[in-house]
Structure formats: structure tokens, C-alpha cells
Design a binder for this molecule. Structure first.
Ligand code: NDP
Length: 294
């Protein structure tokens, strides 16, 4: 293995230290404590673990955390009423509704109910529109973490060929937009892309956000490319014992690491950065709402 391993855990710690310092400044100089509200509907075990981590890290950063559990059969109108109450609550600067929502709910309608300036996930159409037009909106957390790691590893990204594999509204498209804003030449690949291997082989930056275990092979990676693996896939791990599983990304990590200049591992790469960026975005939202520049 030759690639530099991009340590998302260590990077996230640095981001969280910066957030803590900003929260202290807001308290000491402006008497403001940022508040993040998280709503979870139903009982998805993966979401519950994730939300528990969010609550813990929000408190550790010195911010107020408001947590609401709603039953899986909550009517959509009740969830929207909760969001509207939080929109009007001055102690809440950032609102996150944990996805996925139960099937009877229209996710788009719920997200559109969040005030854009409190939409800390950056999924509201106003925020995706601002990202697409170069405005100052709220930027989705996982894509934001990807860009931070790329800039930290490579410095100026101008002129580099980047490919984003995956075109979801929450990862692929915003990552592509951020890369474009950083002056990369961007290709977006998806399930209908022809000759994916050749497309990936041309890229200096590969961002994989597909959700298919190890589908991007080592020999698809151009020598010296930087690889950001967003995928989180649980696969059987009989070597650990019967019924055991392990997490892998969308990239065949050990094979890709032979060709890449730098690569994120799974776990320990993009994942830890997502919550760190959520905390940073909560501070950004608070400052914008109060007209404060830190
Ligand atoms: P989606 O399922 O919404 O999107 C997957 C994308 O991959 C689609 O655009 C799809 O194309 C594309 N795709 C599917 N099959 C192929 C293929 N064979 N070749 C090329 N493209 C393909 O997933 P998300 O964007 O929500 O998530 C992607 C991954 O990232 C998941 O593993 C998820 O768990 C992980 N994730 C990790 C986070 C973190 O914090 N680390 C946060 C969010 C997500 P098409 O549009 O044509 O169907």
C-alpha cells in the first residue's frame, strides 16, 4: 500500500475543536448559545445510533441540543407542525429531521417546511438553489466534509478532473456542485453511465457515493488520484465468526490504495466528518441569523 490514508477521525476532532472555540466566543462576547434540534420519526436502529452521537457531540461542543422522538405512525401534519414550532423558537438555530422518514410521509414536503436559514442539512430547495448559483446557503454536511478533506490533502483544486459516482440530492449532486465551485472539471456518473471504469480512470479526484460494496475497483484508479469513499455498506464477515458483519465502502480500498495518492478508509473517513460539519454548520447558521462574523 502506498496511498496516504486520510484520517477522518483526526480531522473531525480538529473541526470540533474549532467549533468549540467559536461557541465559547459566541457565549462570552455575544451571550448566545447555538441550539440544534433533531427530530427522529420511528425506530430505525442505524438512525438512532447516529442521532445519539449527534446529541452527545452537540453538548460536548457547548451547544444546546433539543431532541424529539416521534412515533413511526405520526401523521405528516404533526411532524410539519413540530418543524414550524421549532422555526419560531428563538433558542433553536438549526433544525435537522433525520431521514429516511416513514413511507407515509412526503420527505420533500417536510424539508420544505424547515426555514431555509435553519435548514442545517442544506436539503431545502432554496439552499440547493443557492449552492448551484454560488450563493451563501446552508451546505449539506457530508459533501462539505468531503471538500474539506480534499482541500486539506490537495490544496487548490483548480483545473483538476473530478468524478462523482452517484447523483443523489443529498450527496452526489452537492459534492459535484462544491467541486465545480472549487474550479474542478466535474463528471457526474450514475447507474446509466457507460464505461464507468474509463470515466473513473481519467479522474484526479474520485468521490464514490453509490451504496454498493467495493464496486469501484483498484485498477479503475488513476495513479496518483485522491479517493473519497462516502459509501457505507455492511457485508457478511465470516472470518470474524458466524453471523458477523463488517463495514466497507464503495471502493475496493486495499486495491485502490496501491494506485491512489491518498484515500479515505471506511470506517474512519467521511463518516466522522459528517457530524463535525453538522456542528460547524449550526454555528454558521447561528452567526448568520444574528449578523455576527467570527
Ligand atoms: P442513493 O441510493 O440515493 O444514490 C445512489 C447513487 O448511486 C444513485 O445516483 C445511483 O444512480 C448511483 N448508482 C447505483 N448503482 C450504480 C452503478 N452500478 N454505477 C454507477 N452509479 C450507480 O444513495 P446516497 O447518495 O444517499 O448514499 C450513497 C452512499 O453513501 C450510501 O452507501 C450511504 O450509506 C452513504 N452515505 C454516507 C454518509 C456518511 O456520513 N458517511 C452520509 C450519506 C450517505 P441513479 O441515480 O441512476 O439511480
Amino acid at each position: 500500500m502506498t496511498a496516504h490514508i486520510i484520517d477522518g477521525k483526526a480531522f473531525a476532532e480538529k473541526v470540533r475543536a474549532g467549533v468549540q472555540a467559536n461557541v465559547s466566543t459566541l457565549k462570552e462576547h455575544h451571550n448566545i448559545t447555538p441550539g440544534l434540534a433533531v427530530i427522529i420519526v420511528g425506530e430505525d436502529p442505524a438512525s438512532e445510533v447516529y442521532v445519539r452521537n449527534k446529541v452527545k457531540q452537540t453538548k460536548e461542543a457547548g451547544m444546546n441540543s433539543f431532541h424529539f422522538d416521534m412515533p413511526a405512525d405520526t401523521p405528516e401534519a404533526d411532524l410539519i407542525a413540530k418543524v414550524e414550532a421549532l422555526n419560531n423558537d428563538p433558542a433553536v438555530n438549526a433544525i435537522l429531521v433525520q431521514l429516511p422518514l416513514p413511507k407515509h410521509m412526503n420527505e420533500a414536503a417536510v424539508i420544505e417546511a424547515i426555514l431555509p436559514e435553519k435548514d442545517v442539512d442544506g436539503f431545502h430547495v432554496i439552499n440547493s438553489g443557492l449552492l448551484a448559483t454560488g450563493g451563501d446557503g446552508m451546505v449539506p454536511c457530508t459533501p462539505s466534509g468531503c471538500l474539506m478533506m480534499l482541500k486539506d490533502t490537495l490544496g487548490d483544486l483548480s483545473g483538476l478532473n473530478a468524478i462523482v459516482v452517484g447523483r443523489s440530492n443529498i450527496v452526489g449532486k452537492p459534492v459535484a456542485q462544491l467541486l465545480l465551485n472549487a474550479n474542478c472539471t466535474v463528471t457526474i456518473a450514475h447507474s446509466r453511465t457507460k464505461n464507468l471504469r474509463e470515466e473513473v480512470l481519467r479522474a484526479d479526484i474520485v468521490v464514490a457515493a453509490v451504496g454498493r460494496p467495493e464496486m469501484i475497483k483498484g485498477d479503475w484508479i488513476k495513479k496518483g488520484a485522491t479517493v473519497i469513499d462516502v459509501g457505507v455498506n455492511r457485508i457478511p464477515a465470516p472470518e470474524k465468526g458466524e453471523g458477523k458483519t463488517r463495514l466497507v465502502g464503495d471502493v475496493d480500498y486495499s486495491a485502490a490504495a496501491i494506485h491512489a495518492h491518498a484515500i479515505t478508509p471506511v470506517p474512519g473517513g467521511v463518516g466522522p466528518m459528517t457530524i463535525a460539519c453538522l456542528l460547524a454548520s449550526t454555528v454558521t447558521a447561528t452567526c448568520r441569523q444574528k449578523g455576527i462574523e467570527l
